[in-house]
Design a protein around this ligand. Structure first.
Ligand code: M6R
Length: 359
C-alpha cells in the first residue's frame, strides 16, 4: 500500500535509509566483514575483467559499480548497455565475468546478453530485486537487493541498493584479492553514514520542492553536470528528471558542456552541478562560472567538506566512492516535485512501463 503517500515514488525515496540498513545487516557481519556467498567471491576473483550489463537506471548504477570494482577489487571493469552488447558483443578478455544489474530481473535487452554468456560459457551473476525472476534463474549466481517491491516506474531505492550491494561485493572481492583499499574500507560505518545522511536529506525535502518550483517547473530543459563519479550520478539525475517531469534534461561530464552544448544555455536554463570529488571540485566550480556567466540558473549539490556559503544543497560527508548514495537523493526529490507540481502522474509517466520485456 501507499501508506499515506500520494505517490509510491516518494514512499520509495523515503525508504532508502531503511534499505541501506537492511543491506548492511544482510551482507555484513558485526565486524563489518562481508558475508557474501564464498562461491560467488571465488568465482569472480578468478576473473581478469568484469563486464556489467544493464539498462536505464541500472546502467547508471553500473557506472558507479565500475569505480567500486576498480578501486576496491582492482579488477578492470567495463559497463555496457545490454541492448547494444546483445548484437555487438564486446571483445572479451581471457577470463571474463558478467554482472547483470536489473531491478526487475525481466528486462529483455539484458536477457539477450545473458543468453550470449551462457552460449559462450561465461560465468554470470544477477543482482536483482526480484527473487526467482528470469535473469536470476538463468544466471549462475544471484544476489538480492532486498529493497522491497519498487512500484513507481521511476527507479529510486533499487538504484541506491544496487550501488550499496556492488560496494559490498567489491569489498569482499578486494579482501580476498588482498587489495589494501578494500581492507581499509570501513564499509559498515560508511553505510550507516549513508543511511543517516539520506534521512537528513529526506527530512529536508521542502527545500527540494522550493528549488524545483522556482527553477525546474517553469523550464523546458535542464542540465546536470559532474566529474568522475558525479558524472555517473549526473546521468541518473537527468534520467530521473526527464522521465517523470518531461523536462528535457541531459547529464554531462562537467567540462564537456563547453565543447558544444554550452550553446544551449540561455537566461534561466537550470544547471544542476554535483561536487563530491576533492580532486576536481575547483575545476567543476570553473565550469559553473562558465554557464552562470551565460545566464544559467545554477543549483549546486555539494558534499559538506567542499561546500561554501553560497551552495544550495549541502550533503553530509561520506567516502567519495559511496557519495552517489547521497547525491542522488536530492536529484530524486527534485524530479519527484517537478512532476507532482506540474500535476503529472508521478508513478506512471506516459509511454513507460515498469519493466521493459521487449527488445
Ligand atoms: O528492471 P531493470 O533494472 O532491468 O530495468 C531497467 C530500466 O528499464 C529501468 O531502470 C528504467 O530506466 C527506469 N524506469 C528508470 O527509472
Amino acid at each position: 500500500s501507499k501508506g499515506g503517500y500520494e505517490f509510491y515514488m516518494l514512499k520509495e525515496i523515503d525508504e532508502q535509509p531503511a534499505v541501506m540498513r537492511r543491506l548492511s545487516q544482510d551482507y555484513l557481519d558485526e565486524d563489518g566483514e562481508p558475508t557474501v556467498d564464498p562461491k560467488i567471491v571465488n568465482a569472480i576473483s578468478k576473473a581478469d575483467h568484469l563486464y556489467i550489463f544493464a539498462a536505464g537506471t541500472s546502467y547508471h548504477a553500473g557506472l558507479v559499480g565500475k569505480a567500486l570494482f576498480e578501486n576496491f577489487a582492482n579488477i578492470p571493469t567495463e559497463v555496457g548497455y545490454a541492448s547494444e552488447a546483445g548484437y555487438h558483443f564486446p571483445m572479451m578478455s581471457k577470463h571474463p565475468f558478467f554482472i547483470f544489474l536489473t531491478q526487475s530481473g525481466e528486462t529483455a535487452d539484458s536477457r539477450v546478453v545473458l543468453q550470449q554468456a551462457i552460449k559462450r560459457h561465461i560465468p554470470s551473476l544477477t543482482m536483482t530485486n526480484v527473487e526467482g525472476s528470469t535473469l536470476s534463474r538463468e544466471a549462475d549466481y544471484t544476489m538480492l537487493l532486498n529493497a522491497g517491491p519498487e512500484i513507481a516506474v521511476a527507479s529510486t531505492k533499487a538504484y541506491t541498493a544496487q550501488i550499496a550491494l556492488q560496494a559490498i561485493l567489491a569489498k569482499a572481492l578486494g579482501e580476498k584479492l588482498n587489495v589494501k583499499a578494500a581492507k581499509d574500507f570501513q564499509l559498515k560505518h560508511e553505510l550507516a553514514i549513508a543511511a543517516e545522511g539520506m534521512q537528513q536529506i529526506v527530512d529536508g525535502k521542502e527545500k527540494m520542492e522550493k528549488i524545483s518550483k522556482k527553477y525546474l517547473v517553469p523550464s523546458r530543459n535542464a542540465f546536470y553536470i559532474g566529474r568522475g563519479i558525479d558524472h555517473a550520478v549526473a546521468l541518473e539525475g537527468a534520467l530521473k528528471l526527464k522521465e517523470v517531469s518531461y523536462i528535457q534534461t541531459e547529464g554531462f561530464a562537467a567540462a564537456e558542456l563547453k565543447h558544444g552544448t554550452i550553446s544551449l544555455i540561455e537566461k534561466g536554463t537550470p544547471v544542476i552541478a554535483l561536487i563530491n570529488d576533492p580532486v576536481t571540485a575547483d575545476l567543476t566550480r570553473g565550469n559553473i562560472e562558465e554557464v552562470a556567466s551565460r545566464g544559467a540558473s545554477v543549483i549546486t549539490i555539494v558534499s559538506k567538506k567542499l561546500a561554501n556559503k553560497n551552495d544550495d544543497i549541502v550533503l553530509p560527508n561520506i567516502d567519495y566512492y559511496l557519495s552517489p548514495l547521497l547525491t542522488v537523493v536530492p536529484a530524486q526529490l527534485l524530479a519527484y516535485y517537478a512532476s507532482k507540481d506540474k500535476g503529472l502522474d508521478v508513478d506512471k509517466p506516459r509511454n513507460l512501463a515498469k519493466s521493459v520485456t521487449v527488445e
